[in-house]
Design a protein around this ligand. Structure first.
Ligand SMILES: *Cc1c(COP(=O)(O)O)cnc(C)c1O
Length: 359
């Protein structure tokens, strides 16, 4: 069977080269005589794999030296609570921008541990855009200010970051991390589930500025304590060893593409191909406000749920799979993370042309 173009939102397509290397190394890694899956996480064989993955994150994202890089379990969702438990201990208040379903989930979780101030929201408009913020409504005493840089379900992306002054900016970057350059020094903490743009599911990346460690609530479970995890190099308990290894292979591939700076213009071009076609189509219509369109998740509709479903079905028959939109938006969603080659996007656009002609 031939590989398809997989437009899934996550777990998502991974670079073929990483998969092929993993296949070659599956049973015997190097001269160890065993699979990476069979290694003790504390062994001399495994530790270089862990360290290399951390080093690649640091290199590719230009993470400054005063930040800790953690490779954890629990997904981005666990970090919704962890963010609050680690940081909401000064004033006990935090500012949130409610720009999507995951942002909403994060603020709902944080509200269990402290006072959440929603400074801007587009919830009433089904998150079609990133809501405008007014600095005057920011809480200067907030323990942190929280954003979701790319809204996976609704296909929107921040085009500028809020200026939060000395209040640490925390970002859920699950669906656009490593897709475009970010200045990490502008953030207090960044986290991301790996299964969109880093590697396989089961791994969560957390990057946190050292001065924010050690502030957590006494009730914080040890494995959610960023400070304790930093002291233990992410190994309070068994980390997701194989997912870390796979992420390392994906990051090596990204480095060969010229790193984040190399892949960003390709991502822009991929997204432009799709949006340009949609904007000139008589059938397809984008659902997100053009000013905030995501370069990773392209959401669109035909106007008829039946036609949407027919499109998704016919596309799948052509090897263009997982195009069904999230139920909160409906329609069609093409997730085009780093590992989606431009050829996949061109094939999708060609199919959209053909479908439009025949409908
Ligand atoms: C997928 C996603 C999540 C949820 O990630 P899990 O690792 O499944 O918990 C959270 N935030 C964003 C922006 C996402 O895209």
């Amino acid at each position: 069977m031939e590989r398809v173009y997989n437009f899934a939102a996550g777990p998502a397509a991974m670079p073929l080269e990483a998969l092929e290397t993993a296949a070659r190394e599956m049973c015997c890694y190097g001269s160890t005589g065993m699979s990476v899956m069979e290694m003790s996480h504390r062994s001399k064989m495994y530790l270089p794999i862990y360290e290399e993955t951390v080093a690649l994150v640091k290199e590719l994202m230009h993470v400054p030296d005063d930040y800790a890089i953690l490779l954890l379990q629990g997904g981005a969702t666990l970090q919704f609570a962890a963010t609050a438990m680690n940081l909401m201990t000064g004033s006990g208040r935090a500012d949130y921008i409610d720009s999507g379903n995951f942002a909403h989930g994060a603020l709902t979780e944080a509200a269990k541990y402290g006072k959440v101030n929603v400074v801007a929201s587009s919830r009433e408009e089904n998150y079609r855009f990133i809501p405008a913020w007014d600095k005057a409504s920011f809480d200067p005493q907030a323990d942190y200010f929280y954003i979701t840089t790319n809204n996976t379900i609704f296909g929107t992306r921040y085009t500028a970051l809020p200026d939060t002054g000395s209040v640490p900016l925390v970002a859920d970057m699950s669906s656009n991390i490593l897709s475009e350059p970010y200045d990490v020094s502008k953030f207090g903490a960044i986290f991301a589930g790996a299964q969109k743009n880093i590697g396989p599911a089961g791994l969560t990346l957390v990057i946190v500025r050292n001065d924010l460690l050690g502030r957590c609530m006494p009730i914080t479970p040890k494995i959610m304590d960023w400070g304790k995890q930093t002291e233990n190099a992410s190994m309070i308990n068994t980390p997701p060893t194989y997912a870390i290894y796979m992420a390392g292979l994906c990051l090596k591939w990204l480095k060969k593409q010229g790193g984040v700076e190399g892949i960003a213009p390709v991502n822009e071009e991929k997204a432009k191909l799709l949006y340009d076609f949609i904007d000139n189509s008589r059938l397809f219509k984008g659902t997100a406000d053009p000013a905030f369109r995501s370069r990773m998740n392209v959401t669109f509709v035909t106007g008829s749920p039946d036609t949407d479903a027919e499109f998704v079905k016919q596309a799948a028959a052509k090897g263009l799979v997982n195009l069904k939109g999230h139920r909160l938006v409906g329609g069609i969603r093409a997730s085009i993370y780093n590992a989606m080659p431009i050829e996949g996007v061109k094939a999708l656009v060609e199919f959209m042309k053909e479908f439009e002609k025949n409908v």
